[in-house]
Ligand binder design. Sequence first.
Ligand code: ME8
Length: 639
Amino acid sequence: MSGRPTYYVTTPIYYVNGEPHIGHAYTTIAADVLARFKRLEGCDVYFLTGTDEHGQKIARMAESQGKTPQEYVDGIVSSFKEMWQKLSISYDDFIRTTEERHKKVVQEVFQRLMEQGDIYLGNYEGWYCTPCESFWPEGQLNEGMCPDCNRPVEWVREESYFFRLSKYQQPLLDFFAENPEFLQPESRRHEMLNFIKSGLEDLCVSRTTFTWGVPVPKAPGHVVYVWLDALINYISALGVFSSDQELYEKFWPCDVHLVGKEIVRFHTVIWPAVLMALGLPLPKKVFGHGWWTVEGEKMSKSRGNVIDPGEIAAKYSADAVRYFLLREVPFGADGDFSHSAFVARVNSELANDLGNLLNRATAMINKFQKGMVLPPAEPTEHDEYLKTECIEGAKAVKAAMDKLAFHQALEQIWRGIDAANKYIENTAPWSLAKEGSGKLSTVLYNLAESLRIAAVLLVPFLPTLPGKIWEQLGLTIPLEEQTYKDACTWGLFPAETKINRGEPIFPRIEEEEDETEVDAAPIEEAKLPENLISIEDFAKVDLRVGQIVAAEKVEGADRLLCLKVDLGSGQRQIVAGIAKYYKPEELVGKLVVVVANLKPAKLRGIVSEGMLLAASTDNKKQLTLLTVDSSMPAGSKIS
Ligand code: ME8
């Protein structure tokens, strides 16, 4: 037995009633990133995903395609497995509810609960939603429709087995009180507590209206309710109750079940109650993440807007898909997948910030040091800043990952990357080379070092870019052997390394077709007003989104403020005549519009490297800076 800490992470097991889509990919990518991060930290990880294959919905789907349920599910399961391969998902096990190893455990659970009286035979009648496999109390129906999917419900009456969920109401409330971290994010916890407090009814856990399910032991005609069947996957995959329980003993209770917000109730009420009844430990955490819409609309087959993540991965790379999904929105919040946001973000952050950094660093190492990373010589005044941003950022990644704040973890990795880009501007290695300065080798070493750190930290997130960075930096120690500790330690880059400069690792996505392009047919010039400019004239102005990172008054000038503005590729100093309208502290953090290609000018002796756009009344009594909403990263082009 190894003494390493263990970590068990799961995704929901997905219904096989359709092809995998971006929502399934989201949870699975998050679980994969977490699993890979925990491996980087040195944990012994078990990462489980799989498919939920029983139930009436699936039987009907198979029938509509003229297949047996087994033939039908086998086909879709292959699509899921292929998708996970395209997205570089490193699961340790893939459980299918139609597998013998699973069915045996479901029957064992049922049998045990029956014997101890936690499952009993009764009668059920009620409103049933077939697509959701759920019964609904009359009062919860939405004008006669299912409150979840808004489709018609059916009145169903059957002899059924019931699980004594009501008995576990108080134990569940006690458990929630003793384990405030159990359900996250916090908002979902309140929702669930209210649900439990409102009273739990016993749960119908068998069906007689169809046969595609796990047979209830010794009760012909009954199959196990699909949700009870499905939840048990988390322990059946570990071999619970079998002769070989080694995995179960090693990994249960699981560290986190990742689920979408709509199935939190099943995971934090029914599942814990079943485990309590079995006398088994409860999961340490359930995280209910948000939902994705597509271009502002709910994703659905009928709308035809279901995104195939495999297709975008094939077109733009799995790195881009994984990066966008985890960087775009906090894990607990809802998000929108829009093509323009996807392209803007990966271009700005993967192509510009990261790709260009590597490109510039390796170009300079080639040009100024014949392709060798040399030991640092004379220090520069900017070294400490770079080192601090890289190392503090790296150390903060763990705290962010432990909170499942993937977007924050990436932000922390970008602290180092942004600092390295600024470091190039601040140290101007081309001038150091011209002067023959001893600082040159320090600067180039530090750049290589910050790229090494970024590559290791990005291993959990991106399947190919870290390896490409590693290769171009000429590092020969295997990337797979790197640890999180290595990423938190400055100075491990082996000096005297020969780099292998290569192609840009993430070329910008240039969209093929621009429907806004001007038609060639000319408009009669004579009829146009004289003060018009051509689109080419306008295009000369390079407008960019900038984020104000610092602002201060200019001494001796009442109207002026001196600002530091982050333009994605580096910082600019801009002097603006806005002191009458804004206090310096109000400005920090604002996303503004910057004329980025204005010739530098001096105002009161201070260099200003650009201009901010603002709207003002004719008498200048009022003035407002043009701002951009927070979804646009600094550096985005405005056109
Ligand atoms: O519920 N945005 O399976 P399922 C984000 N079989 N995530 C989404 C999403 C979206 N638009 N759509 C789906 C089931 N998901 C059961 C689970 S577990 C014991 C049984 C993700 O195929 C999200 O993780 O309907 C959600 O919980 C899951 O897919 C639902 O998958």
